[in-house]
Ligand binder design. Structure first.
Ligand code: MEV
Length: 425
């Protein structure tokens, strides 16, 4: 059978049927299947080794977005998220993109920046020259800290020095450029930044304070673009509406924050599912969105000569497929396997595609039927279950409440009673 992520009606399948498809697609072992089935797969002992003061674990639903075709390769994308509609929306947008070949992506090398702050320097520009002169010595010292990364072709590749004016006077900021290859890199970069401190203090004749990675990963960018045919989106009016929605976000920071939040709904869910650092990528994304001094959308929407919608995204993507929780968390490890990416760059590019898909889905819904319709159907079902409904009766009650436009706990209780009375009679 052809290995494809294009699975129509995936959401209609039973849990068991879905899991069987994923198991086959990703070649999961029986043990991995069993881990996915047990919602308490992260043992308290494991959690206890990950963070401090552990009192339990916090399960979040794990879904799989289907239909993703990125550079001609099919992906099933694991997403961990508490918000309804996100997984369905990503799958739907990816399905629409398939008609025109799916997503095309690219990325830079996986370069992270480590910042070293030197203060108390009377002649900061002389100090800057001195750091640049000592570049080879500094890079060597940095690379001595991580022979494994260096052996894999990564490591400290370059450095930059800037003199900044602050409310505390001039400071000399040294920036190490470290190719982190398949890891996110915070540990590697922070270790290197700390190790070069004596050299920086010696040559600047200043005092080094902070030594820390920057989450504004503007040298580690992932890009994706896709064409969404106008017919599949609902016609020309919807295409124009999406472009106007983008213009709204580009002109107004209040809308732009929500526009970018929609992108991160998808990106963050995949990052969480793979045990990566959600906060690092969120911080980088929003800082990058504001790099011109004006907070702007991370995506761009335009029309091609056929009137189809064309979307593109460029986003910093500091993630790894090795190291940290991506390996130590049992479910994160399985999710990386399901993704089937051969390195961090490939993963970063899939994430950019997910961000673009998520944005398209949100904008399309907002421009067409509004966002509440899909949300409300699920919400109504949850309210019905809370009111005591089960199985088919929960679906029936949800349907009635949506139709009536009265999705409320009191109405759900009334309907549960009505159904019960009917059953007794
Ligand atoms: C909701 O989680 C995300 C949206 O608000 C994004 C957007 O408005 O573009 C629907």
């Amino acid at each position: 059978m052809e290995r494809t992520s294009q699975i129509s009606g995936f959401y209609k399948l039973s849990y068991e049927e879905r899991l069987a498809i994923i198991k086959k697609f990703a070649n999961l072992t029986d043990e991995e299947e069993a881990i996915l089935k047990s919602s308490g797969a992260l043992k308290v002992e494991q959690a206890n080794r990950m963070i401090e003061n552990v009192i339990g674990v916090m399960p979040i639903p794990l879904g799989v977005a289907v239909n993703f075709l990125v550079n001609g390769k099919d992906y099933l994308v694991p997403m961990a998220i508490e918000e309804p509609s996100v997984v369905a929306a990503a799958s739907n947008a990816a399905r629409i993109a398939r008609a025109k070949g799916g997503f095309t992506t690219s990325s830079t090398e996986s370069i992270m920046i480590g910042q070293i702050q030197a203060v108390g320097i009377n002649d900061p520009f002389r100090a800057k020259m001195a750091v640049l002169k000592a570049k080879e010595e500094i890079l060597k010292k940095a690379n001595d800290q991580d022979p494994i990364l260096v052996s894999l072709g990564g490591g400290a590749k370059n450095l930059d020095v800037k003199v900044i004016d602050t409310i505390q006077g001039s400071m000399v900021i040294v920036e190490l450029h470290v190719d982190c290859k398949d890891v996110m890199g915070a540990n590697a970069v922070n270790t290197m930044a700390e190790a070069v401190t004596p050299i920086i203090e010696r040559v600047t004749e200043g005092k080094v304070h902070l030594r820390i990675i920057s989450n504004l990963a503007n040298l580690r960018l992932a890009r994706a673009s896709a064409v969404f045919p106008k017919e599949a989106l609902g016609g020309e009016e919807i295409v124009n509406g999406i472009i106007q929605a983008y213009a709204f976000a580009a002109a107004d920071p209040f809308r732009c924050a929500t526009h970018n939040k929609g992108i991160m709904n998808g990106v963050t869910a995949v990052i969480l599912a793979t045990g990566n650092d959600t906060r690092a990528v969120e911080a980088g994304a929003h800082a990058y969105a504001a790099r011109s001094g004006k907070y702007s959308p991370l995506t761009i929407w335009e029309k091609n000569k056929d009137g189809d919608l064309v979307g593109s995204i460029e986003i910093p993507m500091a993630v790894g497929v090795a190291g940290g929780a991506t390996r130590s968390h049992p479910i994160a490890r399985i999710n990386v396997k399901i993704l089937d990416v051969k390195n961090a760059k490939e993963f970063e590019e899939v994430l950019a595609a997910v961000g673009l898909a998520q944005n398209l889905a949100a904008l399309r819904a907002l421009v067409a039927e509004g966002i509440q319709k899909g949300h409300m159907a699920l919400h109504a079902r949850n309210i019905a279950v809370e009111a005591g409904a089960t199985g088919e009766s929960a679906d029936k009650i949800a349907e009635i409440m949506v139709k009536e436009g009265r999705i409320r706990a009191d109405r759900a209780k009334e309907l549960v009673e009505e159904i019960r009375e009917k059953a007794i009679k």
